[in-house]
Design a protein around this ligand. Structure first.
Ligand code: SF4
Ligand code: SF4
Length: 277
């Protein structure tokens, strides 16, 4: 976990890389209690059983892991410097504009894939596969300066090429959200139908489009886990909530309607594969 200080208001801003954690989890041979993967189903069979993919960033609740780490720090800070619990508010995946804050305090720089990219550290860890979390501090500290680093210098932008919907603009940090599969998969515009041209290239993604991350020269691509989307379509809201309780997919902003919408697109796309030549 890398940390920087934002000067005013004083905030501790951290980047929790999930690239290594994801690789370790897979090396251990599975996803334990948070597993969605059915190892009994071999890869070719997944094509026929309405299996959708779950991207590495959603296979564990890294948001909760980042918050838990900050809670431990908050306790230590309170013991050392005083203050109430409310003085050390923690934010992660909230409405706060996380990316500009992370850039302002030098955690990373904006890439053309519209993500904050961290430079490699001494452990060779960097890139954009990380969770941003932050904690308010009730005392003044000098802020860290923004980085003088362009992660995209001399890069031919394979991220833009890899985007199946061409949602990434050629200029820095510009994304057409309405063309982004991940934006729709996260439950945005839940009352509107997903545009047909997006569904056509959505493929098997149940949760998480990572093409623009995987193609980035600063990242190592992780492996997807699988979930039976047909089963999800047969579930009630309560059953869906119970299935994903405590996981990244079970977090408040998504909900059964969005989960069902994703599963339905996967099933339709997979059915199209089934009836292929
Ligand atoms: S998440 Fe997917 S659809 Fe969205 S910009 Fe990246 S590659 Fe394109
Ligand atoms: S692939 Fe290249 S252009 Fe795209 S975000 Fe990564 S470094 Fe920047």
């Amino acid at each position: 976990m890398r940390a920087r200080i934002l000067g005013s208001p004083t905030m501790l801003v951290v980047g929790l890389s999930f690239e290594e954690a994801h690789a370790k989890t897979r090396r251990r041979g599975g996803f334990d209690e948070q597993s969605y993967e059915n190892p009994a189903v071999s890869a070719p069979l997944r094509e026929f059983f309405y299996f959708g993919t779950i991207a590495p960033f959603a296979q564990r609740n890294y948001y909760k892991e980042a918050v838990d780490k900050l809670k431990v720090l908050a306790k230590e800070f309170r013991r050392e410097y005083g203050g109430t619990k409310a003085d050390y508010q923690i934010r992660c995946n909230s409405q706060i504009p996380e990316k500009p804050i992370a850039v302002a305090c030098g955690l990373g720089s904006m890439g053309r894939n519209d993500l904050v990219i961290m430079p490699k550290d001494t452990n060779n860890s960097g890139g954009s596969n990380f969770i941003i979390a932050m904690m308010h501090l009730p005392f003044a500290l000098p802020g860290d300066p923004p980085l003088d680093w362009d992660p995209c210098k001399r890069c031919q932008a394979p991220c833009q090429e890899a985007c199946p919907t061409k949602a990434l603009d050629a200029s820095r940090g510009k994304i057409n959200l309405e063309k982004c599969i991940q934006w729709w998969a996260s439950g945005h515009n839940i009352d509107k139908p997903v545009p047909e041209e997006l569904k056509a290239v959505w493929g098997k993604r149940f949760y998480g489009c990572t093409n623009c991350q995987d193609a980035c020269v600063h990242n190592k691509a992780g492996q997807a886990a699988y979930i039976d989307c047909k089963k999800i379509l047969a579930m009630t809201d309560d059953e869906i909530n119970a299935l994903f309780k405590g996981t990244a997919i079970g977090m408040k902003w998504l909900g059964p309607a969005a989960i069902r919408r994703n599963a339905e697109i996967v099933c339709k796309n997979q059915k199209a594969l089934d009836s292929g030549p």
